[in-house]
Design a protein around this ligand. Sequence first.
Ligand code: 0WE
Length: 261
Amino acid sequence: MGILSGKRGLIMGVANERSAAWGIAAAAASHGAELAFTYQIEGFRKRLEPLAASIGSSLLIECDVAEDGAIAKSFAELSTSWDSLDFVVHAIGFSDKSELKGAYYNTSRQNFADTMLVSAFSFTEVAAAARKMMPNGGSLLTMSYLGGVRTSPNYNVMGVAKAALEASTRYLAVDLGGENIRVNTLSAGPMRTLAGSAITGARHIFRHSEKHAPLGRNPDIEEVGRAGVYLLSDLSSGVTGELHYVDGGYHHIGVPSEDVE
Ligand code: 0WE
């Protein structure tokens, strides 16, 4: 028995065992949830299969959110196995790497549109599809980063997309509140994931955040996972539209104390 016992959830965005989405999936499974996963392309399925198997899941569905109609199709496929759904974790974002450096004003029209579509709009499409499988309410969770609220070097158009994603969370919370579907964002501090590794200046961001965070460190995927479980479970039944930071308190700091150089 666990706080997610009897609940079914869909996890979107596991690339490997270091992914934030995997941290949430593993924690959710350990609290009793039954899970299904989506993957972007065949190559990711191979890596996902053993991870999913380790928590007793074999329900893996292809979903490249950049493709028109892919989200509706994936939920239709899910509905042939499950007649209802209790939660969804959306941990998907992408931008052209060449634009995650230098000046934000160099963002191209095409990459602005692509980044917004994949990193922000896809969550709105997920909400529209998921609600049809949530007759008794549910919980939708997406992932953000402080770069959506404040500037962070090189994060650029991803920060603009995260701002849109966080605003989408608030609008969706209003749209879906009457259906008892809650919608929240988890904003994690920097982690050594695939998404955060190949990044210009990653080491600076990582070190700066851990040095100035009240807890003196960045989060790991296990604690992101546990906070995710809270937001997905009935423990957070009164919480919606919320932006919840799991960053060791970093975002509260204006002027760091003098003893931290
Ligand atoms: O949201 C993210 C990752 C976003 C991301 C990462 C990549 C790397 C590879 C989006 N698109 C791509 N495209 C690629 O080709 N994070 C919160 C992690 C992250 O990414 C950054 C960061 C941090 C932190 C990018 C620049 C500066 C800081």
